[in-house]
Design a protein around this ligand. Structure first.
Ligand SMILES: Cc1cc2nc3c(=O)[nH]c(=O)nc-3n(C[C@H](O)[C@H](O)[C@H](O)COP(=O)(O)OP(=O)(O)OC[C@H]3O[C@@H](n4cnc5c(N)ncnc54)[C@H](O)[C@@H]3O)c2cc1C
Length: 279
């Protein structure tokens, strides 16, 4: 449980961090995923570029039409932000359910989505929120729609020498009527199944809907089967029940020592019903 030796570099700005990154280096944020992986020697970077003291990455900005959350903002800070809770309750709920208080105080949203653990909470919740990931690189910056960000098992659209600077979440009617529910792994609190849902209703019928899962497949995904089944419908118990049966359509459901494929699929339907019934 001792990592291989590495060089430690502390950056004071995003551009400095990018210029410090060598081809075999890794960015260090909260260290809650990277350090355990290094101790197990699953990851052996030659250097770590510490971005945890870059102030610009720790800002939460409340804009007119969106809220920007810096990549270095901790889960606990997000959980306790009143504007986030007002405009996008699923974001607050997810943040408050991550790990324990120590993990929430140190782990960051940027580290979590860069790591892209299939059982982590942020990927599903950000998919449901229609977020945009803003990334800095040597040329400047680029934006990636969250629907294009998670590309596979622990894989994302991030390129080498790129740093996530923030995620931007729109203040939509759907995000104001959203929630996150999860079935937790009792030791780590990671999601065995997590379901995030955001629904805009007009005259009682669904005008727009985004439903996403983490913990179920190789990477977080949107449950388009559920979304299509409920579009323009009332959220009645019957409609929700029948839509929830599409929770894992087209997904290669994980099977591990925490939950079999069948049990996980069943949980996905149950948690979809729970989330949608609240909205
Ligand atoms: C005991 C325990 C319980 C946990 N429970 C949960 C849980 O219930 N739910 C959950 O979702 N998570 C959970 N986690 C994970 C935790 O949320 C971490 O915060 C998260 O996985 C990684 O964030 P970090 O800031 O620690 O990133 P780090 O570990 O520092 O980095 C993770 C990876 O992301 C890269 N990276 C970091 N920041 C950036 C950036 N800005 N741009 C580009 N790349 C970057 C790093 O190079 C590294 O590859 C748990 C962790 C522990 C140790």
């Amino acid at each position: 449980m001792i990592p291989a030796s590495f060089e430690y570099k502390k950056a004071t700005s995003v551009q400095e961090a990018i210029s410090m990154l060598g081809s075999e280096d890794k960015i260090l944020a909260g260290g809650h995923s990277l350090i355990p992986a290094m101790k197990l020697r699953l990851n052996m970077p030659t250097g770590l570029v510490d971005i945890s003291k870059i102030e610009s990455l720790k800002e939460i900005r409340d804009n007119e039409k969106s809220i920007s959350i810096g990549a270095g903002v901790s889960h606990a800070t997000i959980a306790n932000n009143p504007e986030i809770s007002k405009h996008m309750p699923m974001i607050s709920e997810a943040a408050s359910m991550i790990g324990d208080i120590q993990v929430r105080n140190v782990g960051t949203i940027g580290g979590s989505i860069a790591h892209a653990d299939p059982s982590a909470d942020w990927p599903g919740v950000l998919l449901a929120s229609d977020a945009t990931v803003v990334i800095a690189n040597a040329e400047g910056s680029r934006e990636v729609d969250i629907d294009q960000f998670f590309t596979g098992f622990f894989e994302t659209a991030l390129q080498d020498n790129e740093i996530i600077t923030h995620v931007r979440i729109p203040k939509t009617a759907a995000n104001a009527n959203s929630c996150y529910v999860k079935f937790v792994q009792p030791a780590s609190r990671f999601a065995i199944v997590g379901c995030a849902a955001a629904v805009e209703k007009v005259n009682g019928s669904v005008k727009s809907i985004r439903v996403a899962f983490n913990g179920v497949g190789d990477n977080a995904y949107r449950a388009t089967g559920i979304e299509n089944a409920l579009k323009d419908q009332k959220l009645s118990a019957e409609n929700i029940g029948s839509a929830a049966s599409h929770a894992t359509d087209g997904i290669d459901v994980m099977d591990d020592h925490f939950a079999s494929e069948n049990y996980r699929s069943h949980l996905a339907s149950v948690f979809a019903k729970r989330a949608l019934s609240r909205l």
